[in-house]
Design a protein around this ligand. Structure first.
Ligand SMILES: [Zn+2]
Length: 404
């Protein structure tokens, strides 16, 4: 099967290249925001959604306009790609996978993508890459980028520039032999499998929490936009990216192990952005760990779940297996032994005790077993259902990232 994979390296740009990259990222952000503003305006005036082709014509006009002539300095393909990003954001919104697209701000995921491999030259032997309007850039060559080059994304994170090289290649896959598994997602335990194994909660944030707070406090004391404030800001961003790296690493290890060991992976089809909201419980059944869901912790949790889910969307396929998402229905209250459904079965967050037959087990394991059952049921009754993601046919858009 074909595998798409991203290899990420730190760039070692010259001063002039850094200056240019900042400008290009700014131009892409400008185009994204301008197109979003135009979409909104057009919608309010009763117009229809502006598709990519029509929007690209606007871009040509902006590049030729006297007011925004500086857009011509930036490479055109990344600018066009910013429009594609916006279209994708709208699509995700229309299909209820994401919130309404938001305006991008400077310093938030500054990046731009070169979508055309013909314009890129990768010289791995000498640790350098050629990008339009930037020339040859040196990068920290920590491992070989395997496969045929597809596209390149340049991004700024924690004050450093990175290049993410996406490639495509054929790989042989071995079928995992350990059968099916169900997964229950939670807070006290990040993920519990129906076979009883579990993954501890995401601690990456906690470990860096103190450092982050201190850095944020230092930053808040500086005069905004002063040199010292900028320095402090870079420190805050650096800690943020360290947290992100630790979390990504944790998630990749977990999803790789799960995908290698199980041919069928079942998971609750929760709207990820609602996950921590639902975990907070209702008024009749308040969640136990509401504090964990507030503020930053909540955001980190959401991101962790979303990323976990995203990886499970493609990794089982890489290993010849598949993912089945089941509707979340009574998975925490159904007895796997006798089938009795009752809220009373779950008297504490951690323990499951069936009021009918007395079956007792860790509540998360029970959840995972029920998810697995629902997955089996779904597979049996709807082999061709689009929700059953058969895999191995097409390369997925997802990627695995190797940090430097
Ligand atoms: Zn029972």
């Amino acid at each position: 099967m074909q595998r798409l994979q991203a290899f990420k390296f730190e760039l070692m740009p010259t001063g002039e290249q850094q200056h240019q990259m900042r400008r290009f990222a700014g131009s892409c952000r400008f185009v994204f925001n301008k197109a979003l503003a135009l979409q909104k305006e057009n919608y309010e005036a009763g117009g229809k959604f502006i598709g990519y082709v029509a929007m690209a014509k606007h871009l040509t006009a902006w590049r030729n306009s006297l007011e925004t002539f500086w857009l011509k300095d930036a490479p055109v393909h990344p600018l066009q790609h910013a429009l594609k990003d916006l279209e994708k954001a709208y699509k995700n919104f229309f299909e209820k996978r994401a919130d309404f697209p938001r305006f991008k701000r400077k310093g938030q995921r500054d990046s731009f993508r070169y979508p055309d491999p013909k314009q890129i030259k990768l010289d791995q032997a000498n640790g350098r890459i050629f990008l339009p309007k930037l020339g040859w850039l040196r990068y920290r060559n920590s491992r070989e980028a395997l496969g045929e080059l597809r596209n390149v994304t340049v991004s700024l994170s924690g004050g450093k520039w990175f290049v993410s090289i996406q490639t495509r290649r054929d790989v042989e896959t071995q079928l995992p032999h350990d059968g099916a598994v169900g997964i229950d997602m939670g807070i006290a335990r990040f993920a519990t499998l129906s076979d009883g194994t579990f993954y501890a909660p995401l601690h990456s944030f906690k470990r860096h929490e103190t450092a982050l707070r201190r850095a944020q406090r230092v930053m808040s004391r500086k005069t905004k936009f002063s040199n010292n404030w900028k320095k402090a800001k870079v420190r805050v961003q650096r800690i943020h990216s360290r947290i992100g790296n630790a979390r990504r690493d944790f998630l990749h290890k977990a999803t790789t192990t799960i995908s290698q060991n199980h041919a069928m992976v079942c998971i609750e089809d929760l709207q990820v952005r609602n996950m921590s909201r639902s975990a907070a419980g209702s008024s009749e059944q308040p969640g136990k760990q509401v504090r964990a869901k507030s503020g930053l912790n909540k955001a980190i949790l959401d991101q962790g779940w979303a990323e976990f889910r995203r990886q499970l969307d493609y990794k089982p396929a890489w290993n010849g297996g598949h993912l089945i998402a089941v509707p979340p229905r009574n998975t925490s209250r159904t007895c796997p032994c006798c089938g009795h459904v009752s809220a009373d079965n779950r008297q504490t967050q951690a323990r499951f005790l069936c009021v009918e037959c007395g079956f007792e087990e860790n509540a998360d394991v029970v959840g995972a077993i029920n998810v697995l059952r629902a997955g089996h049921a779904r597979l049996a009754c709807a082999d061709t259902s689009p929700e059953v993601r058969a895999s191995g046919q097409e390369p997925t858009e997802a990627t695995i990232q190797f940090s430097v």
